[in-house]
Design a protein around this ligand. Sequence first.
Ligand code: AMP
Length: 216
Amino acid sequence: MNVVFLGPPGAGKGTQAKVISVERAMPHISTGDILREAVAKGTDLGKKAKGYMDSGALVPDDLVVAMVAARLSEKDCAGGFILDGFPRTIAQAEALGKNLSGGGLALDMVVYFKVDDEQVVERLSGRRICRKCGANYHVQFMPPVVEGKCDKCGGELYQRDDDKADTIRERLQVYYRQTADLIAYYSGKGLLVEVDASQTPSDVTDAVRAVLAAER
Ligand code: AMP
């Protein structure tokens, strides 16, 4: 099954994609994670992407489209995948459609994680991530047992630079300017299924499981 998780930053797409990816043995492709890794390693792509990411802007379509095309051509994607954070513009959505149809494939579903702005700000400003294994926490809603330490691997928890107040506001504006149009785009194609992402993480997981199960 080829699925896109769509929604504003902080909607819980990554948290849910991690769970579903394990349950359904589908690779979780997060463009944000791939870009952050490129920045950390100082690759050419990382050097080009860093400034955009730091300010909360989108990385140019051509760079991201090429990066995703390369990832989707890997063997583990042949049986299906979850795209998280891509596409984020209509141009990216069209490039994805072309890329898939070139291989005789198509998207099966776009899960739209619906949540309001206030909750987004609350979630992102409290979000903490493990440097070692990438697990997500929230200082208030999903705190680790020991402050600053990952429950799963003991790694150090950190706050993403773009999860600070000013950048969060910019990312939300970018979402409404450039990404929210994808809701109508995929709805028009009959692919969009909405999930109430304001619920607790485990309730959202149940909702996502239900919509995916209804497809197949
Ligand atoms: P995320 O982890 O999905 O919130 O992404 C973090 C940052 O990476 C975004 O604010 C953008 O700068 C960049 N990014 C991630 N995915 C994309 C994409 N599909 N198109 C453009 N920029 C992206």
